[in-house]
Write a protein that binds this ligand. Structure first.
Ligand code: PEP
Ligand code: MG
Length: 542
């Protein structure tokens, strides 16, 4: 049948024409349904072990280059486990005799050695048990990572899925996916935010049939329509639309070098929200005056293990080089909620959005936090770096975090490692922070309002819930009143206010935000020019 039209909600504007690939996460080849062939499992184990060994060697070199001899020694002891014939043979034998998958065999051997060593009540053996655990988990992660079942994509793929997590979205080949269509998801979900950052049209809430895999389709993410097997005439008219869309984008490009000044002369900082170097590049291409929000957790989501200090430092150094003196605002890790990474082994929470996320996690895992802060403070020696703290609810949290920054700074100075001071800002994304924004503003150098979470927590509506999206509305009077309160409180204390939530990209609302007194807007790189146009058309004097 031609022109089968389905409807959904646009979360990232644009038009795309391509071939459908259905991504079905539930049919994962490494789960129960897969037929186990011991020979193949042993080959998978061998390959993953080799890869884990290579990664370990890389980590050791980084630790040595960083003068962290103790860390390097620990990792070297892991190398002896990974090469231990007894450990290797135990796993292979179990695969052969037990007929189980490689990851299952590693898990069983890990647990039995763990129990054996821990029972010995000898501190050396206890430490050995931990090392075995670490090495085994490293290999399992590689095996599981290889089976994430992210499909191989042809060019011009329209990806259809029940739902996509931020990490799945990030793994997809951005040069091949021309549109996302999902059954679930909402405008404020991180996957929607990612698709906007990548500039890929996306529609959520589409109840697509499961037999459309491989068919040609059109995604109109202005109207919220997916047209499967379009007729020639519909296809031709959309080819023209696509061309017009490209011309509209080209027209906006003429604004790249124009300043973000309102029609009545007020200069507004227009910054970008990013999650990696690719985004930073795109932000600069689109004329960003700086980075208002670097979501540092995406470095963690993109890694198979905790990213080293060196890796994080190098990423920030690259951003600083690209920015040539423009500000780089790094938000400290905001993991938890819908942003989970398997290697953190976070315990199950019934309500993760209100759980151990962001600064709460960091204050409970000082080692992880200090590694991130070391990378940030080292990068601050080279450029204009600022720090933003997510999910703040009290001044006590800020005091504790400042203390840790101070501690890390002293450690770096004592080690003779160049580092800089950083202005510290607070995200206002909980009603608590907005209500006491006078107190918070006294403790920090600047404020940045995250309207995505502020809307979720103020209206008590899960930002991920497709069915409740119609009430997850950042135009609600409660949000506008909170915005006004925050701006007045910050300005009374001489502090500037940025808005980095998705409301900042809503060009029908730009003038209202600027009239309220917002000093800075930070949006996805591909929204910059549209927002700049809205700033240049706005009048802020009443
Ligand atoms: C926000 O909550 O508005 C925000 C910018 O942070 P994130 O969307 O990453 O939670
Ligand atoms: Mg947030």
């Amino acid at each position: 049948m031609y022109n089968k039209v389905m409807f959904g909600k646009c979360v990232s504007d644009g038009i795309a024409i391509g071939r459908i690939t259905i991504y079905n996460r539930r049919i994962s080849p490494d789960q129960g349904s897969r037929k186990i062939v011991p020979k193949k499992e042993i080959a998978r184990f061998n390959e993953a072990r080799k890869e884990a060994r290579g990664l370990l060697e890389d980590n050791i070199s980084i630790e040595l280059a960083d003068n962290h001899a103790t860390n390097a020694e620990i990792l070297e002891s892991h190398l002896t486990i990974i090469d231990d014939p007894e450990y290797i043979n135990a796993i292979k034998n179990l695969i052969r005799k037990g007929g189980i998958s490689a990851e299952q065999a590693i898990e069983n051997i890990r647990d039995s050695l763990n129990a054996k060593f821990r029972a010995l009540d000898d501190p050396y053996m206890q430490a050995r048990a931990e090392d075995i655990q670490d090495v085994s988990n490293r290999i399992i992660r590689i095996l599981v990572g290889k089976n994430r079942n992210v499909p191989k994509l042809g060019s011009a793929t329209i990806l259809l899925a029940d739902d996509l997590s931020p990490s799945e979205t990030m793994q997809l080949d951005k040069n091949k996916v021309v549109a996302f269509v999902t059954r679930r998801g909402s405008k404020l979900s991180h996957t929607a935010i990612l698709s906007r950052t990548m500039g890929i049209p996306a529609i959520v809430g589409v109840d697509f049939p499961s037999d459309c895999d491989g068919k040609i389709a059109i995604v109109d993410a202005y109207k919220g329509e997916v047209i499967i097997s379009p007729s020639d005439s519909v296809l031709n008219s959309y080819m023209e639309e696509l061309e017009k869309d490209r011309r509209r984008i080209d027209e906006l490009k003429a604004l790249v070098d124009q300043p973000p000044i309102t029609a009545d002369g007020k200069y507004i900082n227009l910054w970008a929200n990013v999650g990696n170097i690719y985004d930073v590049n795109k932000a600069i291409e689109n004329g960003a005056e700086g980075i208002g929000l670097f979501r540092s957790e995406f470095i963690y989501i993109n890694s198979d293990d905790f990213p080293s200090e060196e890796k994080q430092y190098q990423i920030y150094c690259s951003a600083i080089r690209l920015l040539e003196g423009k500000p780089l605002t790094i938000r400290t890790i905001d993991l938890g909620g819908d942003k989970q990474v398997p290697y953190m082994n976070m315990p199950h929470e019934d309500n993760p959005a209100m759980g151990n996320r962001a600064v709460r996690y960091c204050l409970g895992h000082k080692d992880v936090f200090k590694t991130e802060i070391r990378a940030i403070l080292r990068a601050a020696a080279l450029g204009n770096v600022r720090v933003l703290l997510p999910m703040i609810i009290s001044p006590e949290e800020i005091w504790q975090i400042k203390e840790i920054f101070h501690e890390v700074h002293e450690e770096l100075v004592a080690e003779g490692i160049p580092c800089g001071y950083v202005p510290i800002g607070a995200m206002i994304e909980t009603p608590a922070a907005a209500i006491i924004s006078d107190i918070i503003a006294n403790e920090v150098d600047f404020l940045s309002i995250g309207t995505n979470d502020l809307t979720q927590y103020t209206l008590a509506v899960d930002r991920q819930n497709t069915d409740l999206e119609f009430i997850c509305d950042y135009h609600h009077n409660a949000i506008l009143r909170l915005l006004k309160t925050v701006i007045i409180n910050a300005h009374d204390r001489g502090k500037r206010v940025c808005v980095c939530g998705e409301i900042a990209r809503d060009t029908s609302f730009t003038e209202t935000l600027l009239r309220m007194g917002v000093d800075e807007l930070s949006v996805s790189p591909n929204q910059l020019l549209k927002v700049k146009q809205a700033i240049r058309n706005a009048r802020v004097s009443h």
